[in-house]
Design a protein. Structure first.
Length: 250
């Protein structure tokens, strides 16, 4: 069931979104060679808790950390590790949610660790732009398929592929709500977009093929071909005037 939010609820979601966005910004600033993914997770947790909020992911389905930190060929759900030190040239996808006064904000960004290859930078740029293509397509009256097809078209025109096995989602009082928001689709198909809907659009884009595998830890999801993957996400609200990004730091 798709839950439509009132304007008061949207204001509360903006507050939750701001906390998750600021936590993500902080995490990104900490990305540098030699830093462990566990240290970044600690910063994220401390920041979110200092705001009187709760890390949405900590304990969610048993996830052991506050941030998913997914490096290079890891697509999503990377588990922060004390022994995993970032290296120059890594691309580091960080996904963070914060729960505040009854609502979740959910966002992700792929950061460069030091200087990265031209190929890695191009993948990150295309994935980020495909997110904004998807957001632009999230107009009331459009359908879910319009978002997915906008993302997919942008990505595939550049020779990359969109992950099928994981998708965006409604977001609100629950971290994952209806509807599903795939990063692929057919224009004019799927659930109709209405003012008051709040969704997380989150393209996961692979440099190679779109297939992924989940490792034995039950979380870490990697590209099957071992090539790079990037991930960008915003939580947005649909308003009569168009999409509004909820996960902004200011
Ligand atoms: Mg999400």
């Amino acid at each position: 069931m798709v839950v439509l939010k009132t304007s008061r609820e949207l204001a509360a979601m903006k507050a939750a979104g701001k906390i998750s966005a600021r936590a993500l910004k902080l995490a990104g600033e900490a990305v540098e060679p030699g830093v462990s993914t566990m240290e970044i997770d600690r910063l994220v947790r401390r920041y979110i808790e200092e705001q009187g909020a709760t890390p949405s992911f900590l304990g969610y389905g048993g996830f052991p950390a506050s941030a998913c930190i997914s490096v290079n060929n890891v697509v999503i759900h990377g588990i922060p590790q004390k022994g995993h030190l970032l290296k120059e040239g890594d691309i580091v996808s960080i996904d963070i949610g914060a729960y505040y006064e009854g609502f979740h904000g959910d966002n992700a960004w792929t950061f460069a660790c030091g200087d990265v290859s031209k190929e890695a930078q191009a993948l990150m740029d295309a994935t980020r732009e495909s997110l904004f293509e998807g957001i632009q397509a999230a107009q009331p009256g459009n359908r879910i398929g319009d978002i997915g097809s906008a993302v997919q078209r942008y990505v595939e025109a550049r020779g990359y592929s969109v992950v099928r096995d994981f998708v965006g989602h409604g977001v609100g009082a629950k971290l994952h709500e209806d509807p599903s928001v795939p990063n692929y689709g057919t224009p004019g198909r799927g659930v109709r977009l209405l003012p008051g809907m709040t969704i997380a659009i989150e393209p996961m884009v692979n440099a190679g093929g779109y297939t992924v595998e989940t490792l034995a830890d039950g979380w870490t999801t990697v590209t099957t071909d071992g090539k790079l993957s990037a991930h960008f996400e915003h939580s947005i609200a649909l308003t009569p005037d168009g999409p509004v990004i909820l996960t902004l730091p200011d």
